[in-house]
Design a protein around this ligand. Structure first.
Ligand SMILES: [Zn+2]
Ligand SMILES: [Zn+2]
Length: 323
C-alpha cells in the first residue's frame, strides 16, 4: 500500500538501502491494475511485492492482456495466508508467460514489530517445502504460547506468536501477543536451505480473529475456522476467486455463511452442478454446510473483493452486527 504503513516502509527501506530501483504503486486502490500491469511489463520488473490475492489479480490481468511478465523471478507476499496450492497457481500462470522458475517468498509482519521476517527461497521453487519466516534474533525475540493458558509451547509446536523488541527505534512492545497462530510453531535448527542458524517461524499462520462463532441454528454457536478456506478453495480445481460473507438474518437471528465464487477462464460448469459439488466438498473438508453458494462473474467477483478499492481485498467479510 502507499501509506505510512509497515508494508510500504519495509519495501522502501529494503530497496533504497540496496540501491534497487522500485516503484511503489499503492495497489489497485491508488494506481489501478491496468497501469500496474503496464509498468511491470514496460520496466521488465523482476521482483513483485504485494498481498497474494491482489498479486494474483495483477498477474491474471497481465495474462489476459497478453502482457507477458516473463522477467519476474521473485514474488514477495505479505499480509495474508499464502498456501502451497495458491503459490503453484500463481507460478503456473507466470510460467505460462515464460517466466523461468519464479520463486515465492512470503513475509510475516505486524505493525508493532516494524519488521517482517521472510522465507528464504527454496531451491526447488514452489515444488519445495515452505521454508519458514527467518527471524532476526539480534533485534527481536519470538516465542509461541498456548492461547488459552498463556504457557509457552515447545519447539515446533503450534501456538500463538508473541513478540518482544530487543533493539530498534521508536515504540517498544514487550511480550506482545499477535493473535496469530503458527501452525507448526518455531524451530531452532539450522535452515537446511540457506544455512542460517536463527529461530524460524513455520510458514502457515492462521489469525485467531478468523476463527468465528457462527450461529447456524438457534440453539448454540459453532466455532468455524475460516482460515481453512484459504487452503481448500484454491485446491478446488475450477475455482478462480472466492469470498466468504457472514451475515445475520434479522428475522430468524441465525447466521448465514455465504460463499461467493468465480470460475477460472474457460471453465463452464452449470451453476446448479457447481453449487451441489462445492457444497459437498466444503462439508467434507470443514464439517459445515454453507447457507448459499453464489456464482459471480470475474468482474463481479473482483468488485465484491474490492480489488481496485481496498488496501487489502475483502476475502472474508463479516457483516454481522457486533454483539
Ligand atoms: Zn495462457
Ligand atoms: Zn533459510
Amino acid at each position: 500500500p502507499y501509506s505510512p504503513h509497515l508494508a510500504f516502509w519495509l519495501v522502501y527501506y529494503a530497496t533504497t538501502g540496496q540501491g534497487i530501483t522500485a516503484i511503489h504503486t499503492g495497489g489497485g486502490k491508488i494506481l489501478g491494475t491496468q497501469k500496474i500491469v503496464g509498468m511491470t511489463y514496460g520496466f521488465k520488473a523482476s521482483v513483485f511485492v504485494g498481498v497474494p490475492g491482489y498479486m494474483y489479480h495483477v498477474i491474471k490481468s497481465a495474462h489476459g492482456a497478453e502482457k507477458q511478465l516473463s522477467d519476474i523471478r521473485l514474488l514477495i507476499t505479505g499480509g495474508d495466508r499464502c498456501t502451497t496450492t495458491f503459490r503453484k497457481q500463481i507460478v503456473g500462470l507466470l510460467k505460462e508467460m515464460n517466466a523461468p522458475n519464479p520463486r515465492v517468498c512470503a513475509a510475516y509482519g505486524f505493525t508493532e514489530s516494524r519488521m517482517a521476517p521472510l522465507e528464504c527461497p527454496h531451491p526447488k521453487g514452489v515444488d519445495g517445502e515452505l521454508t519458514g519466516y527467518h527471524t532476526y534474533p539480534d533485534l527481536e525475540l519470538w516465542y509461541c504460547i498456548d492461547p488459552k493458558t498463556g504457557e509457552r509451547v515447545g519447539p515446533g509446536e503450534k501456538g500463538e506468536l508473541v513478540w518482544t523488541a530487543l533493539d530498534g527505534r521508536g515504540t517498544i512492545v514487550m511480550n506482545y501477543r499477535t493473535g496469530d497462530v503458527a501452525e507448526a510453531g518455531i524451530k531452532y535448527e539450522k535452515c537446511p536451505h540457506c544455512g542460517r542458524s536463527i529461530p524460524i517461524i513455520s510458514s502457515m499462520i492462521g489469525r485467531v480473529s478468523e476463527v468465528k462463532d457462527v450461529r447456524f441454528d438457534k440453539v448454540k454457536g459453532t466455532l468455524v475456522d475460516l482460515n481453512q478456506f484459504y487452503t481448500i478453495m484454491p485446491e478446488y480445481p475450477a475455482i478462480d476467486e472466492w469470498q466468504i460473507v457472514l451475515q445475520r438474518n434479522q428475522e430468524t437471528r441465525i447466521d448465514d455463511l455465504i460463499v461467493n465464487v468465480s470460475l477460472k477462464k474457460g471453465k463452464n460448469i452449470p451453476e446448479k452442478k457447481l453449487v451441489e459439488n462445492l457444497s459437498q466438498y466444503i462439508q467434507e473438508k470443514m464439517e459445515i454446510a454453507p447457507s448459499a453458494i453464489k456464482l459471480l462473474t470475474a468482474d463481479g467477483m473482483s468488485q465484491s473483493l474490492g480489488m481496485e478499492k481496498e488496501l487489502k481485498e475483502k476475502r472474508i467479510l463479516d457483516l454481522r452486527p457486533k454483539d
